[in-house]
Design a protein around this ligand. Sequence first.
Ligand SMILES: Cc1cc2nc3c(=O)[nH]c(=O)nc-3n(C[C@H](O)[C@H](O)[C@H](O)COP(=O)(O)OP(=O)(O)OC[C@H]3O[C@@H](n4cnc5c(N)ncnc54)[C@H](O)[C@@H]3O)c2cc1C
Length: 575
Amino acid sequence: MLEHDVIIVGGGLAGCRAAVEIARINPSLNIAVVAKTHPIRSHSVAAQGGMAASLKNVDTEDSWEAHAFDTVKGSDYLADQDAVAILTQEAPNVVIDLEHMGVLFSRLPDGRIAQRAFGGHSHNRTCYAADKTGHAILHELVNNLRRYGVQIYQEWYVMKLVLEDGQAKGVVMYRLLDGHIEVLRAKAVMFATGGYGRVYNTTSNDYASTGDGLAMTAIAGLPLEDMEFVQFHPTGLYPVGVLISEAVRGEGAYLINSEGDRFMANYAPSRMELAPRDITSRAIAYEIRAGRGIHPDGSAGGPFVYLDLRHMGREKIMSRVPFCWEEAHRLVGVDAVTQPMPVRPTIHYCMGGIPVNVDGRVRSSGDNFVDGFFAAGETACVSVHGANRLGSNSLLECVVYGKRTGSAIANFVQNRKLPVVDEQRYIKEAQQEIQALLEQPGKYRINEVRQAFQDTMTQYCGVFRTEELMSQGLEKLAELEQQYPQVYLDDKGKSWNTEIVEALELRSLMVVGHTILASALNRQESRGAHFREDYANRDDEKFLKHTMAYYSPAGIDIQYRPVAITMFQPQERRY
Ligand SMILES: Cc1cc2nc3c(=O)[nH]c(=O)nc-3n(C[C@H](O)[C@H](O)[C@H](O)COP(=O)(O)OP(=O)(O)OC[C@H]3O[C@@H](n4cnc5c(N)ncnc54)[C@H](O)[C@@H]3O)c2cc1C
């Protein structure tokens, strides 16, 4: 059996930042990072627009309190305000720390870090590296892992969390190269497994964003928090769904309907294109529904609106958002200097997740914790984003809470012994699971079931939700869940059997999708990204609380947990 003091599952920003912190605090600890991709291929590398911090380099009026207020208002008052205070107070320090590690942020003419406007932020506070910010940060962090001697298990798929008697003891993992199975035990386990964009049929996320960490946690009997809050990013490139960063609007681009109007004037007159994402995505969906969308031939009534950069001019486009220009050019043949880009909302981010406190400790219920289990980043819910995340607050969360969780883990593992784990039992179980997948005589292809599942989630739990629609969605999902044991694998081999991984990922997607639907059905109000046509208003009296959903194959039990309100009383949310 392999042994480490600490196992971190996930090589994105949150996992890498935690590993660096643990190594800095106690270089003698033996740390492992496990990832099903190469760490550099984690979705964090695709982050474009930037990372928020009240550095005051551009806007001297900014403050951490203003950043905190914008975040809480953006969250539709569901964020835990103690966690938001830590996020926004720590932000300038973590940016400067990254800078010292070597991250190449874009500069002002006088050499200080540049900061741009972003949706829902009342000051220019987003630090960036052109529109490749995640790339710049993740490369430095991964280099640092090597410098600190962190052991990296890349292209290993973690299938199971070993949780016994309320204590996390390790993980079971499968090597993609040759199908070899290992049990890894440790004094502490951290999940930093990212989001679940692939639950839906159109997403800005990478193929690996299948919510595995969420599903493994739920299957272990632990709750997931606020899963109904699914972020649609307003500007997914049509038809591929690839992200066109909010930085493009931060730099001045317009949203235009088929009548040539900047329609955001009707939805968020004071913020226009820089309203928060929930409001902007709904506005686009309303325009399309009302027949003011555009067809590929330019006529009215189609499935997208235009993102217009033409007035910004070639020089600004090429220096500030070169990657977005390139994406539109390469993927749909649009030259944004002279033509508008076709866009529509695309699934982008998971506000909910594994419930944790501000030290990254995972909750087993509202007030109790699992011994030795930690989480941070997009897979965790601490909750700084509440019902709607502001752009450029996620990279920040990964770094602030990755660092804090790393520090909590370094303290936690001191003077602890390695747990006792029955290695053979877990290996046997995992081998049987894989063997069953290979041998089951099934009649469905994985791809077929996955596509039907993604279409179901998109149709029945999208931007606009109702009780009727979601109840139908749950029925469809139950049918698809019946098909899962009948999926058929063509590849029966051990070497690079990607079908096995796809089958395991499909199980994750289904557990996560089920939890999203059940949580959304139970929340009879509209708040942030969760919009119910049958309950169109926010209802603080009944629903100013966090959902805690407990999964079991028989059904999902929903409980609630109070919101921490320490600074700002809930108000009506207008922009
Ligand atoms: C296109 C795009 C642009 C974005 N732009 C911005 C931006 O400008 N600003 C901002 O603040 N946010 C942005 N975001 C959001 C932000 O990038 C993510 O929320 C954040 O990077 C998530 O980091 P993470 O460390 O939590 O997870 P990820 O970076 O997603 O990493 C997850 C890791 O977990 C591993 N993993 C998952 N499951 C398993 C398993 N079963 N076994 C082993 N390993 C596993 C993966 O291999 C990977 O290493 C953007 C997101 C997208 C999709």
